[in-house]
Design a protein around this ligand. Structure first.
Ligand SMILES: NC(=O)c1ccc[n+]([C@@H]2O[C@H](COP(=O)([O-])OP(=O)(O)OC[C@H]3O[C@@H](n4cnc5c(N)ncnc54)[C@H](OP(=O)(O)O)[C@@H]3O)[C@@H](O)[C@H]2O)c1
Length: 334
């Protein structure tokens, strides 16, 4: 029996999760919702994905354009076992009542507060916490990125301070900025540290800046160690950590531009770089301090987590079986 999955909100994250679900042999993509009949709705339909109106209030837009929808969100909910809510941040919490009424499990995304769900999730860090749960939140792209590397070296960590250099907008977004400024998040520490603590119990503080780029986020991570660790140890650990890849400046990976070109060269769909990219040369130990720099492809790193969250919620596989299956299906390198 395949788990029947719907996706409510077919934007940056929703369309990638829908694609990833369609690649799983134990899941079936039943449909996606749209609020309007734009090119994304037409393309989804052409690809054979049933398109539902995101609510009764949106039906008229589709009728006016002569776009035949498969029904509304309530119709979709009748046909699925789980809905992935990839609507704009904060809307998932409002939608939760609809899912509860329909008796459908839900995966929420990182734009929601932690209390929307029973557990905040990163597969390699806390898969078991989501086993059998009805509501799971896949944490944000930044939190997923920090958690992937920090959980791998958790036993050595006394304290983490990380500076988050955030992309201003996704590439498809023509409304957000800045285009010529660096914007500090003046609340210091920023919310990212506490968000990591919803997944793993570590001592972490963060600050954040938004910069004019669309490709990726970059994190400068500084760690106070509680037991000795060499640079080689860290390289070995990250080389053996799933969904984390080491890149060398010496091989041409000078910036996020080349990381995204690498994903393009792999012919990855939407140039997704699901893995967290750590610059190997940046891994540096000075006495009791460890430093490294990593990049996060904000549009795609959370996608495999959504797939694993569904498997955990339906107890379809244990942690590593699910991670390996998801990795294989999406061409994740390790
Ligand atoms: N983008 C990222 O970098 C990123 C990374 C990790 C996590 N997240 C999180 O993922 C979630 C989705 O973000 P996103 O970047 O994918 O947003 P997005 O690109 O703006 O997509 C959101 C989609 O939700 C749809 N929508 C709007 N109103 C809706 C409604 N009333 N009901 C259902 N759907 C509605 C829109 O569909 P229409 O086009 O039909 O209007 C839009 O395509 C957020 O929680 C966000 O914080 C985002």
């Amino acid at each position: 029996m395949k788990v029947r999955v719907g996706v409510n909100g077919y934007g940056t994250i929703g369309k990638r999760v829908a694609y990833a679900v369609s690649r799983q042999d134990d899941m079936e993509l039943i449909g996606v919702t749209k609020t309007k009949p734009d090119f994304e709705a037409y393309l989804a339909k052409e690809m054979g994905i049933p398109v539902y109106a995101a609510g009764d209030g949106f039906i008229q837009r589709f009728e006016k354009a002569g776009f035949d929808v498969a029904g509304t969100l309530s119709d979709l909910l009748e046909k699925v076992d789980v809905i992935v809510d990839a609507s704009p941040g904060g809307m998932g919490a409002k939608n939760k009542a609809i899912y509860e009424k329909a008796g459908v499990k839900a995966v929420f995304e990182g734009g929601e507060k932690a209390n929307v769900a029973e557990v905040s999730f990163v597969a390699q860090a806390n898969y078991e916490k989501a086993l059998g749960k009805d509501y799971v939140r896949v944490v944000s792209c930044n939190t997923t990125g920090l958690t992937r590397t920090l959980s791998a070296i958790q036993e050595y960590i006394d304290y983490v301070y990380a500076v988050m250099i955030r992309r201003a907008a996704d590439p498809n977004d023509s409304k957000r900025g800045p285009v010529n400024a660096i914007v500090p998040t003046v609340e210091v520490p920023s919310h990212h540290g506490p968000d990591v603590q919803t997944v793993i119990p570590i001592n972490i503080e963060t600050s954040a800046f938004v910069v004019p780029t669309t490709l990726m986020h970059v994190h400068s991570v500084m760690i106070e160690l509680k037991k000795p660790l060499t640079e080689k140890d860290v390289v070995d650990i990250f080389e053996n950590t799933t969904r984390v890849l080491l890149f060398e400046k010496g091989r041409g990976f000078e910036s996020t531009a080349q990381l995204i070109e690498f994903a393009r060269d792999l012919h990855r769909e939407w140039n997704n770089l699901y893995e967290i990219a750590v610059w190997k040369e940046s891994i540096s130990v000075k006495g009791k301090r460890l430093f490294y720099i990593q990049a996060v492809h904000q549009e795609s790193d959370v996608v495999p987590e959504n797939v694993d969250a569904i498997r955990a919620m339906f107890e379809m596989a244990e942690r590593w079986e699910s991670i390996r299956k998801t990795n294989r299906s999406l061409g994740i390198l390790k």
